[in-house]
Write a protein that binds this ligand. Structure first.
Ligand SMILES: [Fe+2]
Ligand SMILES: [Fe+2]
Length: 304
């Protein structure tokens, strides 16, 4: 299977998984699949992959078999670069996203769990026989807000910082678009407007991937907040719904930005503005509702 058909094969599995409470038919009927989303180590783009998992208490073990191929899967390299992983698991009420931290198992522990997986699914023994590399075993530990109030505060402070970074990137992208539309940098470099438009597109895409990743990770963290602070369930439902609306706009914008022939900057600016309308209110609502629960005072931003 080439890279393009492998990608669309994965997309179909992901779609079916999300539409059917985590169940996928055909060759995956009865296979314990989960979805993992990692941050692309070069682009920061969220990358979702279906993988087989094995439960061990609260943690979930996943295996970088790559069907016995010669290379580790991309998601494994992404995890080594950044261990924050969003895990989606099927439940009777739908698919639940969990924020997790990945730890690559080593030595005897790795061997023990790989052997356990081979006993359950003999295909994994065949994968190991096909390759000289040691197939990685990765443990995913879900975020637990009942464990450590000091850590909860760190999570709250990270939320503020991420929002500030995203705001700054957005301001920068908007200013670059306005500059180009006003003919500023083009006037300075009249021979290279196409290069500048391409640079802008890349810059804008980086912002979109960053926001996309932020939402994906938050969707996972929301589950931990709901579990520990049930009074937040209604507000989190609203925040999730806002994510869904923004995700749709983000995906459309990413498609537009990926089209090299599209050079209509005004259209791009309008699409970007459409995406971010309401983003400030969303950030403020998130901070006002989630931060007090983890012992952090929300910054004053006005809004709702
Ligand atoms: Fe959010
Ligand atoms: Fe947020």
């Amino acid at each position: 299977m080439n890279a393009t058909s492998a990608a669309s094969f994965n997309e179909r599995i992901i779609e079916e998984f999300r539409a059917n409470n985590g169940k996928v038919g055909g060759m995956f009927d009865g296979v314990p699949l989960v979805l993992i989303t990692t941050a692309g180590r070069k682009t920061g783009r969220p990358r979702t992959t279906p993988v087989v998992h094995l439960r061990d208490g609260d943690r979930h073990l996943v295996f970088g078999s790559n069907a016995g191929g010669p290379e580790h899967p991309q998601w494994y390299h992404n995890i080594v670069a950044n261990p924050q992983v969003t895990l989606e698991i099927g439940t009777t009420d739908g698919v639940r996203a969990l924020a997790t931290r990945a730890v690559v198992l080593e030595g005897e522990e790795r061997d023990h769990w790989y052997e356990r997986q081979c006993a359950l699914e003999p295909g994994f023994r065949a994968y190991q026989e096909k390759t000289t590399r040691t197939i990685p075993v990765v443990a995913l530990y879900p975020l637990d807000l009942s464990a450590d109030p000091a850590r909860n505060r760190v999570i709250g402070e990270q939320l503020i910082r991420h929002h500030e970074d995203l705001r700054a990137e957005l301001r920068d992208v908007r200013a670059r678009i306005d500059d180009l539309l006003a003919g500023g940098p083009q006037a300075a470099e009249p021979d290279r407007p196409a290069d500048l438009a391409a640079q802008l597109r890349r810059h804008c895409l980086t912002f979109c991937y960053g926001l996309h990743l932020h939402h994906t990770r938050e969707n996972g963290a929301f589950s931990a907040f709901e579990e520990e602070f049930p009074h937040l369930v209604p507000v989190i439902e609203r925040l999730r719904a806002e994510h869904r609306v923004m995700e749709k706009a983000l995906t459309e914008l990413e498609t537009l930005l990926g089209d090299e022939s599209a050079d209509d900057l005004e259209h791009l600016r309008d699409e970007l503005d459409r995406l971010v309308a309401g983003l400030e209110d969303h950030f403020a609502a998130e901070e006002a509702s989630l931060l007090p629960a983890v012992g952090v005072t929300p910054p004053h931003r006005g809004g709702r």
